[in-house]
Write a protein that binds this ligand. Structure first.
Ligand SMILES: [Fe+2]
Length: 389
């Protein structure tokens, strides 16, 4: 970006409440917004983990009424959103709480959009097409990855089309996010690994995208630094509260970075892979990130060199190009150290040439890859899938 010629915008519209044990302040946070009856959206995993019991206990000691919807699924569908909307209206709620991973928070966002906007949500796919702001959303992440607690995006699955679509709107920024690192301590190891790689993908893609600007670059760099230092110890022991705290912050910081800095080819491809082959988002990103970085590395050698250094590579004595390429090796090593199966084939997904063409075309048509630092054709995206096999 040329600061003498270009302009940019930046803002985070979510009040962030961070602290170990911060969940206990939920009633005060709800009261400060004058909510009377909240709908809690969560998934069976959170419901069974004791976290939901804790929230119910905290709320039962206050005068705030609540209703629970605990049937959130991974990759929330439009059908689930319609159900949540019905529960919301039936109980005359006035705000939504999304507690869990990205799916629970995105469900709360989708339901908020559905309450205030008529008809099929599919018509609002894309950026700034949602006419009305719905009820407020309070996001309480229990994974360190999605960043959805501060972003303006919800990713929903249209099962009829086997299609994961993104709705991006200023109306979807959560009103508040509660970041309580204690909530990460019961996260299963595999989920900690792939959600952490999702956060790294947000940080790297926004830092290197053609929409990057000074503030998102600063956020992206710090998120990469934190993830480089804390993701391995966090995955090794989720009760390591220092590692958990730093990963929770890294995830939110990377989320704030990609509101404006955008994501690119990794996310363009991981959405159709999730929609068609049910590959979890963080896993698809773990596989694609080194492939896409290798494709992009020549677009900005200095930036990729910086990523290599922040991920712990020793680049002394290397040329800038050699140092930049070390960033790709660093991510491959991280994926290996986290025991993430590193290819599509290792995850029992084999795409024929025709299938890869369809995924690549869908990735291209989503427009997400338009932020990629190197101009990306359907053929490029298809080649990335071949490399990811
Ligand atoms: Fe993501």
């Amino acid at each position: 970006m040329n600061l003498l010629l270009d302009s940019f915008e930046f803002g985070v519209h979510t009040q962030i409440h961070y602290g170990i044990g911060k969940l206990n302040q939920l009633p005060e946070i709800l009261k400060s917004n004058n909510y009377q009856h909240v709908l809690i959206c969560t998934d069976p995993g959170i419901a069974g983990s004791g976290v939901l019991d804790r929230i119910e206990q905290i709320l039962s000691n206050s005068d705030i009424q609540y209703t629970v919807f605990q049937e959130v699924q991974p990759d929330p569908t439009l059908e689930v959103i319609a159900k949540v909307k019905a529960v919301y209206e039936e109980n005359q709620c006035d705000a939504l709480i999304g507690i869990g991973g990205g799916s629970s928070i995105d469900t709360a966002k989708g339901a908020s959009a559905a309450v205030a906007n008529p008809g099929d949500l599919a018509q609002y796919e894309g950026k700034n097409k949602l006419p009305n702001r719905g009820p407020d959303i309070i996001a309480i992440p229990t994974t360190a990855g999605t960043g959805s607690e501060v972003t303006h995006a919800t990713v929903l699955k249209d099962t009829k089309r086997q299609y994961k679509m993104g709705i991006l709107s200023q109306h979807l920024h959560p009103k508040a996010a509660i970041l309580d690192p204690q909530l990460l301590t019961t996260l299963p190891r595999g989920l900690a690994a792939i959600t952490g790689m999702d956060a790294l993908s947000h940080a790297v893609e926004s830092y290197t995208s053609n929409q990057a600007q000074p503030i998102t670059e600063a956020l992206g760099l710090h998120a990469i630094r934190l993830i480089g230092k804390y993701l391995r110890p966090f995955v090794a022991d989720r009760t390591n509260i220092e590692a958990a705290s730093n990963m929770m912050l890294a995830s939110t910081i990377a989320g704030a970075a990609f509101i404006w800095g955008r994501v690119a080819a990794v996310h363009a491809l991981s959405h159709p892979l999730g929609g068609r082959y049910k590959i979890p988002h963080g896993l698809a990103n773990s596989i694609l990130l080194p492939v896409v970085m290798e494709f992009n590395v020549s677009s900005n050698l200095e930036k990729f060199k910086e990523i290599a250094i922040l991920l712990g590579e020793n680049v002394d004595g290397l040329s800038t190009r050699e140092a930049a390429l070390r960033s790709v090796e660093a991510v491959k090593q991280l994926v290996s150290d986290l025991n993430i199966p590193p290819t599509l084939g290792a995850n029992k997904v084999q795409l024929s040439s025709e299938e890869a063409q369809i995924v690549a075309q869908e990735a291209f048509d989503s427009g997400i890859a338009l932020a990629n630092p190197k101009v990306t054709t359907v053929e490029d995206l298809k080649n990335m899938l071949v490399q990811a096999q």
